[in-house]
Write a protein that binds this ligand. Structure first.
Ligand SMILES: [Zn+2]
Length: 78
């Protein structure tokens, strides 16, 4: 049973995508992912955004994409 909550999950997403988590953090992260649909969707969006950032030249991502993702996530949780 993971003691990671949604806030903690969000804080770990970037490190997870960069392969930067400790084994314990990664286990908590995956445990939370398995039991939280909202965070699963959030991770998928972040993964897509991350891929877009990698594939596109710097600065070509619309400036409001990040805040729009965050707004979407907040809306889901409220
Ligand atoms: Zn969650």
């Amino acid at each position: 049973m993971s003691d990671l909550d949604c806030r903690g999950f969000v804080e770990l997403v970037t490190s997870y995508l960069e392969g930067d988590l400790s084994p314990q953090d990664e286990q908590d992260f995956i445990d939370h992912l398995a039991q939280c649909d909202g965070c699963e969707r959030y991770l998928e969006q972040m993964r897509l955004t991350s891929t877009a950032l990698t594939d596109l030249p710097t600065g070509s991502l619309p400036a409001d994409t990040r805040s729009r993702l965050l707004d979407t996530f907040r809306a889901r949780r409220s």
